[in-house]
Design a protein around this ligand. Structure first.
Ligand code: ADP
Length: 620
């Protein structure tokens, strides 16, 4: 029979499986059992929604049949089964979800540790087998089909006489190698222990016929290998952390254990059990359109929805886990979900629970929280920003910002608690990196007196603008014209100095082609000669961020060029003006403006001209 070819990326993946760079070979069993359990779930679900399909719940099972003579291990289920097309589609190509990313990372062997994320489940069979045979009959078809493959050179697919719906997978176990023993996958005791280790919670019986000697007679006995108690039904104290971790990595395709586990059993107007996980890192697609939030929804241990998005607000979309509630009807549908008040109530209670839990990590385990924040902080910020501040009460105390004083992350609460006498603003500064912000001209003087929050993410300032004020303290960008430390007398003196040099400034401004709103002297700088200050709602950083956004709006910050009145440059400018050296004054103006832009991290439009001007002035 002619062999069909695998799709290119599947072939590569298969090759990797066969030559097993992945050392933990035993997980193949967990993967196949998990597929079988899904197939049983799908069948019971169909039984609920399609009256023409009769499902006898008590018969649903998964069975292991090791055969030492033939050196085969068979895993069989009486689930939904696969049609011919599905066999071809599902086993001939890598599970679609991860395949694009897989292609990108395929050549990087290090990345194989993230194998779980690609959903390569079924192919893991090839880690322990020379040949794999899959016979399946779908509940929707009256014919069965057999798929056989000995690896990357292709597969055959033909009709077979399987009568019962379900799938039977036969693994032709590899010969032992010196450094690797495959025989153990034919041993009853070993299989039994693997089921306990990885698949105990599967809520269908996993059975095996076990031989044993009793009074010198060999007897055969049918044994159920798993306890079938879903892990979320067990009491927290009865479950080892390791079991929760294994359950999480297995179920949610993560290669790292979760950062935090939330387990709760709620009785009341809406009763439910929850087992939630906060991942320790963002999944590869987290900040992409492909990421789907949601929790698995069970009713009395039966899966009714794979990803119920209504249970989580967007700002907690990173949470993974399971909700099991007796109050939810088994045939709830996507359409009725939104109006379902039980779901609404559970969602509300979960939101509070997750928030409290995050607050407690923040309080008790700062290191963990910072790790979490580095990966998911963006989502919390987005939660505030996208709701125009509606969620600010829930989220603002979960935010962290880098402090100029402590040189580490602080919360807004911590900032305001440390405010000094007379301080009535929360100061912040924006820039590309902490180092760059620290060197900003305006930062130098203010940070001597007040703590400044350093914002390095393009969204940060938008978020603060949305929060507007924290505990009635307003936020103030140190680059805002309102940020000054002067006393009333100093302000008056400055005003006078500006008044006196008004005409000089207008000469200087002329050459800058309306790129600045105005030019004036300032006292807010310490050693630096010049800076750009923004006027109004849009800061220079916001202008940059808006430009970067897709279909970015071309909104310009209104800027003021401020010159340090105490700097020798001011004296020089005044001299030039008094001596009527206007052309030269204009050259100085151009150079100063270019400097100010460069310090802000903005580009300059005329680098050659500026460079020539600097040389001209240097060689004078
Ligand atoms: P994943 O389970 O991550 O989707 P797999 O490679 O393990 O990826 O399986 C691919 C698909 O093959 C599954 O999504 C499922 O549709 C189908 N499949 C695998 N095993 C079975 C089975 N025992 N019964 C029915 N369908 C199955």
């Amino acid at each position: 029979m002619k062999k069909k070819q695998f799709k290119a990326e599947s072939k590569k993946l298969l090759d990797m499986m066969i030559h097993s760079i992945y050392t933990n070979k035993e997980i193949f069993l967990r993967e196949l059992i998990s597929n079988a359990s899904d197939a049983l779930d799908k069948l019971s679900y169909q039984g609920l929604t399609d009256k023409s399909i009769k499902v006898n719940k008590n018969n649903l099972e998964i069975r292991l049949i090791p055969n030492k003579e033939e050196k085969t291990l068979t895993i069989t289920d009486n689930g939904i089964g696969m049609t011919k097309e599905e066999l071809e589609e599902n086993l001939g190509t890598i599970a679609k979800s991860g395949s694009e990313l897989f292609k990108e990372n395929m050549d990087d062997k290090k990345n194989m540790s993230i194998i779980g994320q690609f959903g390569v489940g079924f192919y893991s069979a090839f880690m322990v087998s020379d040949k794999v045979k899959v016979s399946s009959k779908s509940i929707h078809s009256d014919k069965g089909y057999t798929w056989i493959s000995s690896g990357a050179d292709g597969y055959t697919l033909e009709e077979c006489d399987k009568k019962e719906n379900g799938t039977t997978i036969t693994l032709y176990i590899k010969e032992n190698l010196e450094e690797e023993s495959y025989d153990e996958f034919l041993e009853e005791a070993h299989l039994s222990s693997l089921i306990k280790k990885y698949s105990d919670y599967i809520h269908y019986p996993i059975r095996m016929t076990v031989k044993s000697m009793q009074e010198e007679k060999e007897i055969e006995e049918d044994k159920t290998l798993n306890s079938m108690i879903p892990i979320w039904h067990k009491k927290k104290k009865d479950v080892k952390e390791e079991e929760y971790n294994d359950f999480y990595t297995d179920k949610f395709y993560d290669y790292e254990k979760p950062l935090h586990i939330i387990q709760s059993d709620v009785e009341g107007r809406s009763s439910y059990k929850a087992l939630l996980f906060i991942p320790s890192h963002a999944p590869f697609d987290y900040y992409s359109k492909n990421y789907e939030k949601g929790l698995q929804l069970y009713s009395r241990g039966v899966l009714i929805m794979e990803k119920c998005s209504e249970l989580l607000p967007d700002y907690f979309s990173f949470v993974k886990g399971i909700i099991d509630s007796e109050d939810i009807s088994l045939n709830i549908s996507r359409e009725t979900l939104q109006d379902n008040c039980q779901i609404g109530m559970i969602a509300k209670s979960l939101e509070t629970k997750i928030r409290k839990e995050l607050e407690s990590i923040l309080k008790n385990n700062r290191e963990d929280y910072e790790k979490f924040y580095n990966d998911f902080g963006m989502q919390l910020k987005y939660g505030i920003y996208s709701s125009y501040g509606m969620n600010k009460e829930q989220l603002q105390d979960l935010l962290l910002f880098y402090s100029s004083k402590d040189k580490k992350y602080v919360t807004l609460k911590e900032y305001t608690e440390k405010m000094i006498e007379g301080q009535n603003k929360i100061y912040y500064a924006c820039g590309e990196s902490l180092d760059k912000i620290d060197l900003l001209p305006q930062v130098e003087r203010i940070k001597e007196k007040y703590e400044i929050l350093y914002l390095t993410n393009y969204m940060d300032e938008f978020v603060l603008k949305t929060i507007m004020n924290y505990n009635s303290y307003e936020f103030l960008n140190i680059a805002d014209e309102k940020a000054d430390l002067d006393s009333e007398e100093e302000k008056d003196a400055l005003k006078k100095a500006n008044e006196e040099s008004k005409d000089m400034f207008s000469e200087m401004k002329e050459v800058l082609d309306a790129q600045v709103e105005s030019i004036n002297f300032t006292h807010k700088l310490k050693n630096h000669p010049v800076c750009l200050t923004s006027k109004g709602e849009i800061s220079v950083e916001m202008e940059k961020a808006l430009k970067e956004m897709p279909n970015g709006e071309n909104i310009k910050a209104q800027t003021i060029m401020e010159i340090n009145e105490q700097h020798p440059i001011s004296k020089k400018l005044k001299e030039l003006y008094q001596n009527k050296k206007i052309e030269e004054l204009k050259k100085y103006s151009k150079v100063l403006y270019a400097q100010a832009r460069l310090i802000e991290g903005l580009s300059i439009e005329n680098p050659t001209e500026i460079s020539n001007l600097i040389c001209e002035l240097l060689t004078k």
